[in-house]
Design a protein around this ligand. Structure first.
Ligand SMILES: [Zn+2]
Length: 213
């Protein structure tokens, strides 16, 4: 199992994960404020390989601001769930880039639909629509290692906000319901520490936080 956590020097940046199998996939890019260091760290982890794809868990600036620089540097393709539309048009209301004092240019992003399987040998990622934090948020479940890349839906000890544009608390409840049926060993969230060995616990805790259902 080869999953790297790519370090950023920018405190509010999303977590950035690099998955290496037959192909290489980056999950989220951070805001772009720390791109130089991040690109160096990705290069080091790639160790001569190319970067094939970037998958974005959702459209918030702290997760996608670095996208164009990554595409420019590595020549990779970019994918997202339903939030792809907001990223393509650099929608200010939903991407929140002005709140981060950032700039965002439109980017070429393909949309992945729920249930899509991305097979890269040692990892087989399934796209799961998990709206709530944003309308087009996705999680990626690695069926080989039972790992969940949960973006800002599930954190190690909490849940993502639902009060921002396109967010919805009832969608969030449905998403947690969906995730509670999956065996999650390791949780790789969009911010904060990962949960090793007990990812289901984080989902159960989130359900409790929402008052149970
Ligand atoms: Zn977010």
């Amino acid at each position: 199992m080869v999953i790297y956590s790519i370090k950023s020097t920018v405190q509010f940046d999303s977590n950035i994960f690099l998955i290496i199998g037959n192909r290489t996939i980056l999950i989220d890019t951070g805001s772009g404020y720390g791109s130089e260091k991040i690109i160096q760290n990705i290069r080091n982890a790639l160790d001569g390989r190319s970067l094939d794809s970037v998958i974005l868990t959702h459209c918030h600036f702290d997760h996608i601001g670095g996208l164009n620089k990554i595409i420019e540097t590595f020549g990779c393709k970019a994918f997202a769930g339903g939030d792809a539309t907001y990223i393509r048009y650099a929608d200010p209301a939903v991407t929140l880039y002005e709140d981060f004092d950032g700039e965002l240019l439109p980017a070429d992003v393909e949309e992945l639909s729920d249930g899509t399987i991305i097979d890269i040998g040692e990892h087989r990622l399934r796209v799961i629509d998990t709206p709530g934090h944003t309308a087009g948020s996705i999680s990626l479940y690695d069926e080989v290692t039972s790992s969940l890349f949960s973006g800002d839906t599930v954190f190690n000890n909490g849940i993502g906000r639902t009060d921002m544009p396109s967010g919805s608390s009832s969608d969030m409840q449905n998403s947690f319901q969906k995730l509670s049926n999956i065996d999650i060993k390791t949780l790789y969230p969009g911010h904060g520490p990962s949960a090793f060995g007990n990812g289901n616990e984080s989902v159960r805790y989130g359900i409790q936080m929402m008052g149970g259902f």
